[in-house]
Design a protein around this ligand. Structure first.
Ligand code: AP5
Length: 215
């Protein structure tokens, strides 16, 4: 099975939803967005700094993000493979990751790129709700919880992320186009990119990606 995977795609493409399904294959899911949101909820200095960028849709500065990821990759639960969701997002982060993965002797084996049109991204982001307790993602139309406002998995309260508004989303999409999309050619030159259309239901997408990873 392929290990040490990067999951790429614009905001709302379904990276987090897919990553949470892929955990069943035994990989450790590392989402830099989730890590920042945890720091924000714990009101740490890093959280306060990150919130000032995230809420407006901007990227958190590279040096802060790279250091946080470096510490995370050094943890023992990454030994059986990791799934990076939301990192790298800039060329500086991709280059730093090259160094880090060499150091820990866990090279990136594949980069899954999720594609989705902008109209659908806007619909997904504006209708997204997330569990405050376990982080499970829902959608008010596409992926409704059984009971409105309550997580099916843990009974936690569902909320709307502060950066899930039209203004922040425009900025996030712009950052994706300018800073992150160029990484597709960076990884394509290394022969690592595999593209999946995420305009299918989440169960179908999971089956397709799982089949590829196990092949
Ligand atoms: P992050 O949390 O990584 O956000 P993002 O990349 O904008 O991605 P999203 O979480 O919005 O979307 P997703 O693709 O995971 O979609 P999801 O599965 O939830 O980062 C947040 C912020 O942190 C960044 O803007 C930045 O400020 C900062 N940050 C993080 N990493 C950084 C880095 N490396 N450098 C600098 N700054 C960084 O799905 C979306 C919705 O669609 C859900 O409602 C879901 O239910 C629904 N859905 C999902 N899949 C499907 C499907 N197949 N069909 C129908 N509906 C679906």
């Amino acid at each position: 099975m392929k290990k040490n995977i990067i999951l790429m795609g614009p905001p709302g493409a379904g990276k987090g939803t897919l990553a949470k399904q892929l955990i069943s294959l035994g990989m450790t899911h590392i989402s830099t967005g989730d890590m920042f949101r945890e720091e924000i909820s714990n009101q740490t200095e890093l959280g306060k700094l990150a919130a000032s960028y995230i809420n407006a849709g901007h990227l958190v500065p590279d040096e802060v993000t790279i250091k946080m990821l470096q510490n995370r990759l050094a943890k023992p639960d990454c030994e059986n493979g990791f799934l990076l969701d939301g990192f790298p997002r800039t060329l500086a982060q991709a280059e730093a990751l090259e160094g880090m993965s060499k150091e820990i002797n866990r090279p990136i084996e594949t980069v899954i790129s999720l594609t989705c049109d902008e109209e659908e991204l806007i619909k997904r982001i504006s209708g997204r709700r997330v569990c405050k307790v376990c982080g499970a993602p829902y959608h008010i139309v596409n992926m409704k919880p059984k009971q409105e406002g309550i997580c099916d998995k843990c009974g936690g309260e569902l909320y709307q992320r502060k950066d899930d508004n039209v203004e922040s989303l425009k900025v996030r999409l712009q950052h994706y186009t300018v800073d992150t999309a160029p990484l597709l050619s960076f990884y394509s030159k290394k022969g690592l990119i595999v593209e999946f259309n995420s305009l299918v239901d989440s169960g179908t997408l999971f089956d397709e990606v799982k089949k590829f990873l196990l092949s």
